[in-house]
Design a protein around this ligand. Structure first.
Ligand code: CA
Length: 232
């Protein structure tokens, strides 16, 4: 499991990113200023750093520069910058950042970049192929099979199944599904999750004796093999 240090002073942004990344299966520590971030980054082993540019105590580009001087280039760094701060981006990259994202960004994009950098580093996941029961999902080829039978999914259906299969037996709330599969700015009153769960059920479970997608009433959805509880 990859460990990420997030250095971000805006507490609501920090907790949103932390929660989202944890739902993706990462371990996340947060530092709320540059000096604390640098000291944490140098004292513990992380697989990746996410670094805001505008920070109290020490700005992000300075943190990045000192971190590289101290620790070398083994650990990838993603910078978070504000719109229209090309100079910050250039400085960040010169000082050893591997990638950057301009705020506000779509959460999925951050996850995608984190995964790309971790894969490059060699601790990347999710695995190319995830299996659960007789269901196999290949994240590179974007294919899904059940009991050896090809199942064709749309992008959103695929992403939804990818989320569920990333952590079988775990209940994903409607909100966490919305944030992970759609994005944070999505209208939370929508029933789109229910709609897509039904699409997915029709393709994954219909015609198979064992149902894999289960509703946990009032909680969310879970991928698991049928049990004796009376769940849909
Ligand atoms: Ca900031």
């Amino acid at each position: 499991m990859a460990a990420i240090l997030l250095i971000e002073d805006e507490t609501n942004v920090a907790s949103f990113i932390k929660r989202g990344l944890e739902e993706e299966g990462f371990l996340v520590d947060v530092a709320y200023d540059g000096a604390m971030g640098l000291s944490l980054a140098c004292s513990r082993e992380y697989d990746l750093l996410i670094l805001d540019v505008i920070l109290p105590q020490m700005n992000g580009t300075e943190v990045c520069k000192r971190y590289r001087e101290n620790q070398g280039f083994a650990v990838p760094v993603i910078m978070l910058t504000a719109l229209g701060t090309t100079e910050d981006i250039v400085k960040g990259l010169e000082f050893g950042a591997d990638d950057y994202l301009v705020k506000p960004f779509v959460f999925r994009e951050l996850v995608a970049r984190v995964n790309v950098l971790l894969r490059r580093k060699g601790t990347g996941f999710p695995a190319k192929s995830c299996e659960f029961a007789d269901l196999v999902l290949n994240t590179e080829k974007k294919t899904v099979t059940r009991a050896g039978k090809n199942i064709s999914l749309t992008t959103k259906e695929f992403r939804l199944l990818e989320l569920l299969i990333s952590n079988p037996q775990r209940v994903f709330s409607r909100t966490s599904i919305l944030e992970n599969v759609w994005d944070a700015n999505f209208d939370f009153n929508t029933n789109i999750v229910e709609v897509y769960i039904n699409y997915l059920r029709n393709k994954i479970d219909k015609g198979f004796p064992v149902k894999l997608i289960h509703t946990v009433i009032g909680m969310g959805y879970v991928l698991k093999e049928a049990d004796h509880e009376n769940q849909k």
